[in-house]
Ligand binder design. Structure first.
Ligand code: FES
Length: 121
């Protein structure tokens, strides 16, 4: 199965879109997906599922190649880390917080709310 799944935007802004199976995400830890032109990283950390923008807000490294430690996602390039609760970057880095997206897990599938999928500027 490819790392990127492409889905069209749902007709309803409140519609939740299936983006990855939970067993796949649990096994991989981090899975990259593309939904309606938005690149995301899905993260499973000890049974807690999160979704965030795929490009690091510091210098756009691929966060899908990062690692998760103690509820934080560490960037593979400079090793700054981001809270998976509120996106806050570790101290000393001149960057905005990581953008997080709402997720829902039902029936072994991870869903993203279509209304949250606005391309970043
Ligand atoms: S590119 Fe991610 S911390 Fe610098």
């Amino acid at each position: 199965m490819p790392d990127d799944w492409a889905f069209g935007l749902a007709s309803s802004p409140d519609q939740w879109l299936p983006v990855c199976s939970l067993p796949r995400l649990t096994a991989a830890g981090i899975v990259a997906v593309r939904i309606a032109g938005v690149d995301l990283a899905l993260i499973s950390d000890g049974g807690v599922v999160s979704a965030c923008e795929r490009a690091c807000p510091h210098e756009q490294a691929d966060l899908a190649c990062g690692r998760v430690v103690d509820g934080r996602l560490a960037c593979p390039r400079h090793d700054a880390s981001f809270s998976l609760v509120d996106g806050a970057i570790s101290d000393g880095w001149p960057s905005r917080p990581l953008r997080l997206y709402p997720v829902r897990v039902e029936r072994g599938e991870v869903f993203i709310n279509a209304a949250s999928l606005k391309p970043l500027r």
